[in-house]
Design a protein around this ligand. Sequence first.
Ligand SMILES: *Cc1c(COP(=O)(O)O)cnc(C)c1O
Length: 389
Amino acid sequence: MTKILPHDLDARFSTRAIHAGQRPDPTTGAIMPPIYQTSTYAQESLGVNKGYEYARGKNPTRECLERNVAALEGAQHGFAFSSGMGCVDSIMKLFKSGDHVIVGANVYGGTFRLFDKILKNFGLEFSWVDTRDPQRIADAMQRNTVAVMLETPTNPLMQLTDIAAAAAIAKRGGALTIVDNTFATPYFQNPLQLGADIVWHSSTKYLNGHSDIIGGIAVLNEDELAKRLQFNLNSAGAVPGPMDSWLTLRGTKTLALRMRQHDANGRRVAEWLANKVGERQVFYPGLASHPQHELAKRQMRGFGGMVSVETGSKANANAVVSRVKVFTLAESLGGVESLVCQPAGMTHASVEPARRLEIGITDGLIRFSCGVEDVEDLIEDLEQAFAGL
Ligand SMILES: *Cc1c(COP(=O)(O)O)cnc(C)c1O
């Protein structure tokens, strides 16, 4: 269990991002934490060791990452996993057969697949709720409700949930609030400060930021809950290797710089698209026309680089994604390079077509992950890709 050091929480965001959880290596003075590429640790005698026994449980490079991200979210504990899905799987195994979980209807497609196609078979009950309206969360609470799982903003429709309102409802019913903070990142949104109990990320995305690893991380404050999650992590073993931990740690150092640029580029791209196709067809919480713009301003410090647009048809969507030159047609998001995808056929292909339409993911919807390139190049790319549409 990686507990954060008190001084790691003191500094401002970028200083924490660069220093928290890391010290120059005590043996050599190396300024960067070593990649401890080892599976086991020598023990001095029976029961005497340096606190490390086997690397599934603990690895020093991984601990640096865990402390670093915990510090960024203002949390006491961090747990790194080999993927976002491995992370949420271990979180869900805090619960047991017969427990009931309220989940946002519009969460990441892989989260839906894990819950609906696998965990349901083990006796966990799920209610899929439009969590934009806190009253619907309150209405869905049952005697056996153990958790409310939110994603805000959601992928790809950029719908928001009022985290403080949802957490208050969950707390009244004795349930935990769990938030997927992948899209906003701790630079723009801190769910623990709004009353959430566990925050998790696909660190594959903005935290690492360079599209070169798959990873997940969970952070939380409560010591007892942290012990249980550490137990799950060590028992199920979905842990990241030291090299991936190290790369993610290198990524978080520039999180503030990158997020400022993602946000600036996201705003410009959203405005350009709103001009081109009409603001009602553009999904971006930073637009004044977004139905939850006021909540976005209250709950987030920026809006990020994710922008979705309804092009009207699959043919239009295909025209745009085949013509772009700076944006690359690919799944995933949050890297320095700009990407575009068609959620219906790509990220949300595992969601049944009827359910996709119900939540608003049409064949004409495309999603942009605005990278940190010069925004003029992104706009010129969109101009040629949307020409004649
Ligand atoms: C990618 C993603 C996940 C899944 O994470 P992996 O690292 O791909 O396992 C979960 N939630 C959101 C919002 C994501 O974008």
